[in-house]
Ligand binder design. Structure first.
Ligand SMILES: [Zn+2]
Length: 264
């Protein structure tokens, strides 16, 4: 069977273990079913997620001109503290910004290689944690808009990391942390505007990824350069496919690549 389509991040289902799906325009692949099978991936062309043209992908699945135009790639997406919709102030498209920014957001702690703080829309819990390959996570603050989540994250970053080490995450070089204890410790650093939104009564969420074998020295597949790759799938964690020869392929950072995928 051969499937073709443009890569977008895998969809997932929070079950034990997590289920992953590669969704193309006309096909839908449950990646868990491909574990232990040899799959071939071929680069065919680019397809910008906005304009659809065969132009090199710059960032986040967009060609360079779209990246600097579309509201989904504005600075406040990566830096929530720059959000201004709550002030009725437009960045690129106020209607879009109001829809995305003015909804409940969560500031969380997730442990994928170390404890880190992050922000997500409430509707994206636990998807965001799955995408990061976190094996445990907890909500610490639930606020009504993205700006408040952003300034809370900025304040907490002074006291806890905001980065993940993807190699450690893939090697499963991890330790369990008491996230409830971390939350209690960080409470004092939450800005005044967000103090009332502190969450006190929930517990850690644990996530179990479908991995048969972790790589000791993960190597990242550059599909644009190699054009094609073939290997036995032995795991999926975060947005990475993990292969038997220790090659890993980050689906999310390859969004916008139009590929062919076949299963032996
Ligand atoms: Zn484009």
């Amino acid at each position: 069977m051969t499937f073709e389509g443009v890569l977008t991040k895998m969809e997932s289902e929070f079950s034990d273990p997590i289920q992953y799906y590669l969704v193309f325009e006309t096909d839908f692949l449950n990646m868990n079913q491909l574990l232990n099978k040899t799959i071939n991936i071929q680069f065919i062309k680019y397809q910008c997620l906005n304009c659809g043209l065969d132009k090199p992908i710059y960032r986040q699945g967009f060609c360079k001109s779209c990246f600097y135009e579309v509201p989904q790639a504005a600075d406040w997406v990566m830096r929530p503290e720059l959000s201004t919709a709550h002030l009725d102030k437009e960045d690129r498209d106020l209607a879009y910004e109001k829809k995305v920014q003015l909804q409940p957001h969560i500031v969380y702690l997730a442990n994928s290689s170390n404890v880190k703080v992050g922000v997500t829309r409430k509707s994206q819990v636990p998807t965001r944690w799955i995408d990061q390959g976190a094996h445990e996570a907890i909500e610490i603050v639930e606020v009504p808009n993205r700006y408040l989540a952003g300034i809370t994250e900025v304040a907490l970053k002074e006291h806890v990391s905001d980065k993940t080490n993807w190699r450690s995450m893939l090697k499963n070089d991890i330790k369990d942390e008491d996230l409830v204890e971390w939350r209690e410790h960080l409470k004092q650093y939450i800005p005044n505007e967000a103090q009332d939104y502190f969450i006190t009564n929930n517990i850690e969420t644990n996530l179990n990824f479908p991995v048969l074998k972790y790589p000791l020295k993960p190597k990242s597949l550059n599909l644009e350069k190699e054009q094609a790759y073939s290997g036995k799938l032995v795991g999926i964690k975060g947005q990475y496919l993990i292969f038997d020869d220790e090659m890993v392929f980050n689906i999310r950072s390859n969004e916008g690549l139009f590929i062919g995928i076949s299963v032996n």
